[in-house]
Design a protein around this ligand. Structure first.
Ligand SMILES: [Zn+2]
Length: 426
């Protein structure tokens, strides 16, 4: 409850401060169903486009929720001007792997058996809010049925949050998972329910040993059926399951711990996306160990296995970014405690040696491509959705500035404008 209460107080204070201090429109955090956002111009001294390049001293014209033009001379009579000079402007970040509904309950723990439905809903809405405030304007949740109503309410502007894609639920390997017909039916059911993708567990948890729980044949059936009905497949895979997921023609490998250089090369050859984690999820579990401990496999041996995996994950990540042609996307695997801190994954990747521009491209345009949204989001260019954020410094010089998100616009609506007027150069 402490986490939730602090954030709601902060949220209310932000709304108050914004209402008092600034004449620019900022969406009510409570999320009134959005009226069409006004035409806006963003004045910027530094813009990172999401496609490996940087623009200086330019203006971004936003109309009808999209970027209409970029250039030093663009203008539009009556437009609201956001002066972001002195900040670094970026595309809104995208996280391809989150568990949106995971939160600490009123007892402070990940497992709260007495939690009411209202408490649960508020915990999840808080996840959405702090995620948006951290500059993430699109997230992919892997996933629970409750995600569907969240996706809808955010899309309708009833609650504030990032654009949501969801797997609805996952397909978990087990001796009882069923024959090929049953496997295909599971995929078809997800399509029917409105899932944006299929999340498949080909291995059990790293806390349980990271053992295979689906065969190559089963993965071929699942990923083949998903492809047939037009759904992408994200496969939670460790050890030999990594090779199987690639060989089965699945879209993306999650985690990949205990994978090999041969697996990474195979992924690159087959155009399979790779989503490793080094900066947030295990660190968050350790930081909040007391709040997770005792729930299922979150026991002494589970934590020991997660800690052991950290150095292994770091090494695999470094091999991955040096594997020619491998598309390394940015997913945090955020769970309770990690929301609002998703930038830590990007920061860790840069600190472990990935060039900062590559890490930022991964979290924006490459992630968008992996969601089949590469022509709509993740890039600052005319025609793209106006998902535009700013941070209070140059993240290419110091990635820690990614923690200082000063401005958030989603689809042309401003949700955060915390740029101090004094920071604007004259
Ligand atoms: Zn996950």
């Amino acid at each position: 409850m402490r986490v939730l209460r602090c954030s709601l107080v902060a949220l209310a204070m932000t709304a108050f401060a914004l209402a008092q201090g600034r004449q620019h429109p900022v969406a009510m955090p409570q999320g009134q169903p959005a009226a069409a956002p006004p035409t806006a111009i963003i004045e910027a001294s530094a813009v990172i486009t999401g496609r490996g390049n940087e623009l200086h001293n330019t203006r971004i014209l936003v109309q009808d929720g999209r970027i209409a033009a970029i250039g030093p001379d663009v203008t539009s009579p009556g437009a609201v001007v956001y002066d972001l000079r002195g900040q670094t402007v970026l595309p809104g970040f995208i996280d391809v792997h989150e568990h949106l509904t995971r939160h600490f309950g009123s007892n402070g723990n990940a497992d709260d058996p007495r939690e009411s439905q209202q408490q649960r809903t508020l915990g999840v809405v808080n996840n959405l809010w702090v995620t948006l405030m951290a500059g993430f304007t699109t997230v992919q949740s892997v996933g629970e049925p409750q995600d569907l109503v969240l996706r809808q309410y955010v899309q309708q502007g009833i609650i504030p949050g990032p654009r949501i894609l969801t797997s609805y639920q996952d397909i978990y390997g087990s001796p009882y998972v069923g024959d090929d017909t049953t496997l295909r039916a599971k995929v078809d059911m997800l399509k029917y329910e409105g899932a944006d993708l299929v999340k498949i567990f080909a291995s059990d948890s790293i806390r349980d040993g990271a053992n295979p729980i689906l065969t190559l044949h089963q993965l071929q059936v699942l990923c083949g059926e998903a492809r047939r009905v037009g759904l992408r497949t994200l496969v939670h895979a460790y050890r030999g399951s990594v090779h199987n997921a690639i060989a089965a023609g699945c879209t993306e490998v999650e985690h990949g711990t205990y994978g090999t250089q041969a697996d990474l090369t195979f992924m690159a050859q087959k155009g399979v996306y790779f989503d490793p984690q080094i900066g947030l999820v295990i660190q968050n579990y350790i930081e909040h160990q007391k709040q997770f401990f005792g729930n299922g496999d979150y026991d002494a041996s589970g934590f020991a296995r997660m800690k052991q995996a950290m150095a292994i994950n770091d090494k695999l990540f470094q091999e991955a970014v040096h594997t020619p042609g491998l598309k390394v996307v940015m997913g945090t695997d955020a769970v309770a405690g990690a929301f609002g801190h998703q930038e830590e994954e990007i920061i860790a990747r840069i600190k472990l040696g990935q060039p900062a521009m590559d890490a930022l491209d991964a979290a924006t345009s490459l992630n968008a491509e992996s969601l089949s949204l590469g022509s709509k989001i993740g890039t600052l260019a005319p025609g793209y959705r106006a998902n535009i954020i700013a941070v209070a410094g140059d993240p290419l010089a110091n990635p820690d500035f990614l923690r200082k998100v000063s401005f958030v616009m989603k689809d042309g609506t401003v949700y955060k404008d915390a740029v101090a007027p004094s920071s604007h150069p004259e």
